[in-house]
Every structure is written in structure tokens, then in C-alpha cells.
Design a protein around this ligand. Structure first.
Ligand code: ATP
Length: 356
């Protein structure tokens, strides 16, 4: 396996900059997930690494090789797409063997690799079937098998689970993580699904409008989002935001929102006067006292917990996440407390994270 280094990688299509100055390092054997909304440039970034697009600028290294100008077949990568692109007239065995036959591997070696991959994926009993006789999950495993037999330096995945139903997706998520550990493979994985990103990635790289917003371990991203975009994109229900101003009071930062004030755990003079305060739904505390009072508009029980939609005095909507046994009723008035240690602050102008 090998590490992958992207430097100032840029792709412009006519007037669209799909990927802008992407700097990213994927370690040897690391599982990195590229995540972002539709149109953020994830697929283009992956296609650049695969060699299916030529960069406008920048470089791509796989291991010690600069592959920026190397054709796809010589990059030693394997790509798994959303539509598995299996050959319908070939059996599972033949689909997996095909890439090796084209590369003129010996029959004995092909057989050994196909059987080993089938064993890893638990599809040995399906080797004789045609894709039309397989379930979605089995087709997905076959597509994975076809990439595994190649024993590439790097695996590239483009939304490989998005055609599967919800239950199967959860199962395959766990299988892919296991597979990664077993193969110790270098993986770059594209998805728009933040849950997939959070659960599978050793690090996640969040893209927006062609630009990398943050690349860090999932919990670091969740706990310390680098900017307001990342804060709103990662986490469900999404983080709550309040616009307001920042000033210094008694040596500490004081946030003044429309309907509350909050003294923050930061000392000195704030660098900006306009700011957005963010709080995760699970960090809002409902009780008898708090920063402001709010009206319960909707309660959504989801089994293990409840999402409580609240209306603040200035008619903003916020969502709190409480345990299932917490009794709360529509039209009830509750006090909402914001623990200062749980507050995130962002500059109003750039959206960049500030403060402690
Ligand atoms: P999705 O999740 O919807 O696949 P994405 O994050 O993968 O989105 P890309 O497919 O990389 O995004 O597209 C990034 C931007 O580049 C979009 O604005 C898209 O319209 C544009 N784009 C992608 N491919 C081309 C192309 N071949 N020609 C022109 N514009 C393109």
C-alpha cells in the first residue's frame, strides 16, 4: 500500500472551478472519507486521483511516484463506483477474474486471488452466478471483489453504498471498515452521507464549493468544527445558530444574542464584533432556568431520544435533543440553558471558528 499526496490540485470546467487548490495527504493504509454536499467537488477530486480527469493545476503522488501525467491503468489504483458496472453476461467469478486476465496474469494466480477475495467477502458460494441472480448487497461485494483481486496500492470508492437499502447500508458500512482493517488498504472514499463519513473514516475531509474546509478525525470535526459550514454540515439534527455581537465584559467575552446573553470561557478582547454562536442539539439543557425561555412547537420521539423543536422569544427555531424519558409537551414553555463550555463561536463575516 502507499500514501497519496495531493498538492494544489485544481480542476476547472469552463466557468466552474470544481476543485480548488486541494492539499490532502492520505497516509499509507489510511481510510479517508471525502464528504460534502452535492456539487462540492468530491467526485471530481476522486476522478483526478484515478486519472479520469486531467488537473488544470497541481500534482498527485502515489507512494514515491508523481502520477499527475500517468494514465489511469498505470496508477495502480482500483475504483468502485456507485453503479457497480458488472458485466451481466459473466459470472461472479469471471467478473472478478476479468481485470487480471486483461493484465495477462497466469490462470493459477487468477484463480488463487479470486478465491481468496471471495472468501474474504463471503461470496464463495455465489461464484457461478450471474449479476442478475444477485441481491444488491451481493453485487456490491462482487464489485469490491473485482477491486480486491487487483491488490492495488490505493482503493477509490465513489458512493459505493448509495444504491443499497438502509439496512444493508449499515451492514456494508461495518463490513467495509472490517475489510479496511484486514487489507490495511489505503482508501479514499467519497460520500455525501455524513453518517458514513463519521463511522468509517479514520479522518474525514469536508468539501464545499470545491474547497477543502477541514480534514481531521471524526470526533475532532464534531467537537471543533473549523468553520460554520462544517458545523452545520456535520451532526444531525444540525447545530443551532444564533447571530449576535461579541464584546468584553469583566475581562471575558460576552455574547449578546437577540434574546439572551452568554458569558464565555474566553478572556480578553474579541477579534470581531459580529459573531454567530452555535450549540449542538444535545448540549441545550431544558429546565426551570436558563438563558432564555422558549415554546415547544414539535416533539419528535425517535425511540432512544426525542428531538424537541423550540421557538425562541425572537421567533427563531432551535432543536434540542433530550433522552426518551424526559417528559415534554407541545405548547409547553421551557427554559433553555446553554453551557458556556459547549458553545461554538464563528466570525459572522468569514464563518471561521474563533475563541476557546
Ligand atoms: P455529487 O455528490 O452530486 O456527485 P460532487 O461533490 O461529487 O457532487 P462534482 O461531481 O465533483 O461534485 O462536481 C463539482 C462541480 O463541477 C459541479 O458544479 C459540477 O456541475 C461541475 N462538473 C463536474 N463535472 C463536470 C464536467 N465534466 N463538465 C462541466 N462541469 C462539471
Amino acid at each position: 500500500m502507499a500514501h497519496v499526496t495531493l498538492r494544489e490540485l485544481t480542476k476547472q470546467f469552463e466557468d466552474t472551478v470544481a476543485v480548488a487548490d486541494l492539499d490532502l495527504e492520505i497516509g499509507d493504509g489510511e481510510f479517508v472519507v471525502l464528504v460534502g454536499p452535492s456539487g462540492s467537488g468530491k467526485t471530481t477530486a476522486l476522478r483526478l486521483v484515478a486519472g479520469l480527469e486531467r488537473p488544470t493545476r497541481g500534482s498527485i503522488r502515489i507512494g514515491d511516484r508523481d502520477v499527475t501525467e500517468v494514465p489511469p491503468r498505470d496508477r495502480d489504483i482500483a475504483m468502485v463506483f456507485q453503479n457497480y458496472a458488472l458485466y451481466p453476461h459473466m459470472s461472479v467469478y469471471e467478473n472478478m477474474a476479468f481485470g487480471l486476465q486483461v493484465r495477462r496474469f497466469r490462470k493459477r494466480d487468477i484463480d488463487a486471488r479470486v478465491r481468496e477475495a471471495a472468501d474474504i467477502l463471503g461470496i464463495t458460494n455465489l461464484l457461478g452466478r450471474k449479476p442478475g441472480q444477485l441481491s444488491g448487497g451481493q453485487r456490491q461485494r462482487t464489485a469490491l471483489g473485482r477491486s480486491i483481486v487487483r491488490q492495488p496500492e490505493v482503493f477509490l470508492f465513489d458512493e459505493p453504498l448509495s444504491n443499497l437499502d438502509a439496512g444493508l447500508r449499515v451492514g456494508m458500512r461495518a463490513e467495509l471498515s472490517q475489510l479496511h482493517r484486514r487489507l490495511q488498504a489505503t482508501i479514499l472514499y467519497v460520500t455525501h452521507d455524513q453518517v458514513e463519513a463519521m463511522t468509517m473514516g479514520e479522518r474525514i475531509a469536508i468539501m464545499n464549493e470545491g474547497r477543502l474546509q477541514q480534514c481531521a478525525e471524526p470526533l475532532e470535526v464534531y467537537r471543533r468544527p473549523a468553520n460554520r459550514f462544517v458545523a452545520s454540515f456535520i451532526g444531525s439534527p444540525a447545530m443551532n445558530f444564533f447571530s449576535g455581537t461579541l464584546e468584553e465584559a469583566d475581562g471575558r467575552w460576552l455574547f449578546k444574542g437577540e434574546s439572551f446573553q452568554l458569558a464565555l470561557n474566553a478572556a480578553g478582547r474579541p477579534a470581531t464584533a459580529e459573531a454567530t454562536l452555535g450549540v449542538r442539539p444535545e448540549d441545550l439543557a431544558l429546565g426551570d432556568h436558563g438563558a432564555f425561555s422558549a415554546l415547544v412547537r414539535v416533539v419528535e420521539p425517535i425511540g432512544s431520544e426525542k428531538y424537541v423543536h423550540l421557538e425562541t422569544p425572537d421567533r427563531a427555531r432551535v432543536v434540542a435533543r433530550v433522552t426518551a424519558d424526559r417528559s415534554v409537551a407541545v405548547d409547553e414553555r421551557v427554559c433553555v440553558d446553554i453551557p458556556a463550555a459547549r458553545a461554538h463561536l464563528f466570525r459572522e463575516d468569514t464563518g471561521e471558528r474563533i475563541g476557546p
